[in-house]
Design a protein around this ligand. Structure first.
Ligand SMILES: Nc1ncnc2c1ncn2[C@@H]1O[C@H](COP(=O)(O)OP(=O)(O)OP(=O)(O)O)[C@@H](O)[C@H]1O
Ligand SMILES: [Mg+2]
Length: 182
């Protein structure tokens, strides 16, 4: 039997050693091309399945990016692999965020003024998206990076978001039923 995954393009020229740069409740993020500055988010949840999650997150990120909301540039949905795993994984590939400070770290520092300023930028981006018809969910400090020099906030992690054209029956991802060993 062929599945949707069988038609997924392999990520071209993936780095042999894919360093992990992030881990959340639903996904793990690996550098897949240092040269092209790209990371891949691989999903732990099987409901909806990993491919659906990658496609959903890519679609939301792509619409946001094209509408000028401050998010990492999305590259696409690809199959990635790791030398220590036999299976291949569907992944959402995007620009690697370099520098900046995660807002939950900023919150712990003794600089209330800067944190409040970053919060204002975070709210402005989410409101801009909502005016375009997105439903912005999970816009919390751990999902936002602040760049003090550029005075800019980048939003990421769109699993819980809905794009203006997301079908009403789209299921909110459940917490992982199955943790991948990665
Ligand atoms: N484009 C990126 N470049 C660099 N690191 C990233 C990027 N996207 C995500 N990360 C890192 O990976 C971590 C996990 O990513 P993300 O928040 O998307 O996963 P998640 O499992 O959906 O998170 P949550 O626990 O909030 O549900 C982030 O906290 C961040 O440190
Ligand atoms: Mg997150």
């Amino acid at each position: 039997m062929t599945t949707l995954e069988d038609h997924l393009p392999r990520f071209p020229k993936q780095d042999l050693f894919s360093r992990r740069v992030g881990k959340g409740h639903q996904g793990k993020v690996f550098v897949v091309s240092r040269k092209r500055n790209l990371v891949a988010k691989v999903y732990s949840s099987y409901y909806p399945n990993a491919l659906e999650l990658a496609q959903h997150e890519y679609h939301v990120a792509d619409c946001l990016y094209r509408n000028g909301i401050s998010v990492p540039r999305p590259e696409g949905v690809f199959e990635v692999s790791f030398p220590w795993r036999l299976r291949r994984h569907p992944a959402f590939v995007m620009e690697q965020i370099c520098g900046g400070i995660c807002m939950n770290k900023l919150c712990g520092l003794d600089n209330r003024e800067e944190y409040n300023f970053a919060r204002k930028l975070q709210e402005e981006e989410a409101e801009k998206a909502e005016r375009l018809g997105f439903i912005a969910e999970d816009v919390v400090d751990r999902n936002c990076i602040y760049f003090p020099r550029e005075k800019k906030v980048l939003l990421y992690d769109f699993l819980m978001w809905r794009a203006p054209d997301t079908p009403p029956d789209w299921k909110t991802p459940s917490l992982p039923l199955h943790l991948l060993w990665l």
